[in-house]
Design a protein around this ligand. Sequence first.
Ligand code: LMR
Length: 357
Amino acid sequence: MKLRHFISLSFFILISVCIAITIGFSFTSSLSPISEDDEQEGLSEQIIINFSHVVAENTPKGLAAQRFADLVRDKTEGHVKVEVFPNGMLFSDGEEIDALRRGDVEMVAPAFSKLTSLVPQWQVLDLPFLFRTDKDVERAFTGEMGKILLELLDEHDIKGLTLWNNGFKQMTSNRGPLIMPEDFVGQRFRIMPSNVLREQFEMMGAIPNRIGFNQVYQNLETNFLDGQENTISNIYSKRFYQVQNYMTISNHGYLGYGVLINKKFWDDIPKEYQEDILEASNETSDWLFEQSVLMNNQQLVRIRQQSNIQIYELSEQEHEQWRKYFEPLYKKFEGDIGNELMDEVKKNQSKSYSRGS
Ligand code: LMR
């Protein structure tokens, strides 16, 4: 190796090591209790909760995480501090649940689908047309269904605090309008890791691909993928609409989040602060029910203004045709999901589909 190359290589290694040490130091120090805090005279020990998520700050989950952090600070008078890390800057969506269980991060809020391989009963929330209206979602999240799902996490070293909502998913593609299930034949679609979602696309003759959220844009742009399904706020904030020509407002599935904290870390938090944290997470959920609907509506308007994407809205009749088409998935997954949750589904749907809500 020439001397000049050797010197450049050594310099590069030296700089990399310094950067790694600095990053490691700042991350570790944020995990340690703080014994002194200039702004909070008298705080002898502050509990730090690092909260990692994968979406942008201007999304329902991004705003909820920040609101939750503010509420926790106010309720605990600064004794508990939530540090929010958006955009997958700490962990990608493929890593965050394992990182939480190992205790490498204290809080995450993955989309439901990402919990389905750990807890198969969570597949219930991926069933197409599970909810018809936002009211149905709220009733299920705050009722028995939400309670059962959160309790199931206990045995996996996870304390489930609450459920947060984002919104109904819509379909986008580059290959043509998606009006009937046969329009999906042969198209490569990005899905979140979930067997229900895989089956949903396979039923239509599409080719599902499990791809991390922060790789979707690039794969759409290079045409490795033809399409994807997501909420308007995710389609907007990640600019998927700029690399897709067609969007169908199908409301065929729902995307929300489990708000999770490492169980061992949780058990060590003094009871009074646990109550404050729970209250903060639930107050954030209540706020989010309205906020996310507003946000998805506003961002749909912006997508219409800022792009030439062709938007098709399914008619009531088409919507009903899609719903019937996917009905066999309920039978197929009822074994994994279990009777208790399937009974809740029936109860919720009978309140919505037959009587309106
Ligand atoms: C996705 O992967 O599409 C979503 O989980 C992103 C998110 O967290 O909203």
